[in-house]
Design a protein around this ligand. Structure first.
Ligand SMILES: N[C@@H](CCC(=O)N[C@@H](CS)C(=O)NCC(=O)O)C(=O)O
Length: 222
């Protein structure tokens, strides 16, 4: 059994699953995938077996003494990985940049509800502009401002929010897919950031596996 097992849901639409999966793949932290198919009559029972909250993602870390440490909640998993692998620089090294990255990641974790519900992640959905309601449009503008500020102040060293890839990029990766699917013609700087994330080999890998999933697509409003 591998040292790390990351339990995730369907790659087509499980936005929370994508976040730690992308970080681990991109940073080359070896892990096994555990899979729970979402949105079936058995899903709740299957999730209850592996997750304290009945949700994925969940990380299992097998310790040398055989104990399995269970870490749930996306941000907690990313923080745990940052603690275990400081050389992977999951947070920016500079304390000011790190505070900004954590603020951005936490804002994502707790917010942008109208964008998430109005533009559900669906990697098989054809690209087509879909306007959000007024609240959703305000949240969309806030996301673009936030990305812009990160890129302008901290992003000079690379294509990501803080230059190199960080947990903040992992947190926004599903939103990047939503901008690509539903956002229509994007502002040039938004487009550049979206393309930087979408062109990551780990992201391409996730999309390819999502395309191979044999189950029906989620409906347009799911
Ligand atoms: N706050 C949680 C949210 C996790 C979440 O909502 N996961 C969804 C999948 S993307 C889930 O497991 N839903 C249970 C279900 O579909 O039955 C986190 O940060 O990890």
């Amino acid at each position: 059994m591998a040292e790390f097992t990351l339990f995730i849901g369907n790659k087509c639409f499980s936005s929370w699953s994508l976040r730690p999966w992308l970080a681990m793949k991109h940073l080359e932290i070896p892990f096994e995938e555990g899979f729970v198919r979402l949105r079936t009559p058995e899903t709740a029972a299957n999730l209850a077996r592996i997750s304290p909250t009945g949700q994925v993602p969940v990380l299992n870390h097998r310790l040398p003494n055989g104990e399995i440490r269970i870490v749930w909640e996306t941000l907690a998993i990313l923080e745990y990985l940052a603690d275990l692998f400081p050389d992977k620089k999951l947070w920016p090294a500079d304390i000011g940049a790190r505070a900004h990255a954590r603020s951005a990641a936490t804002e994502m974790h707790s917010g942008f509800r109208e964008v998430r519900y109005g533009w559900p992640m669906n990697l098989r959905r054809p690209k087509d502009h879909k306007p959000l309601d007024a609240e959703g449009e305000a949240q969309r503008a806030r996301i673009e401002d936030l990305w812009r500020q990160c890129r302008e102040k901290y992003g000079k060293g690379g294509p990501f929010l803080f230059g190199h890839f960080t947990a903040a990029d992992a947190m926004y990766a599903p939103v990047v897919t939503r901008f690509d699917t539903y956002g229509g013609t994007l502002a040039p700087d938004t487009r550049a950031y979206v393309d930087a994330v979408l062109s990551m080999p780990a992201m391409r890998h996730w999309y390819a596996e999502a395309a191979k999933e044999p189950w029906p697509e989620p409906g347009p409003d799911e």
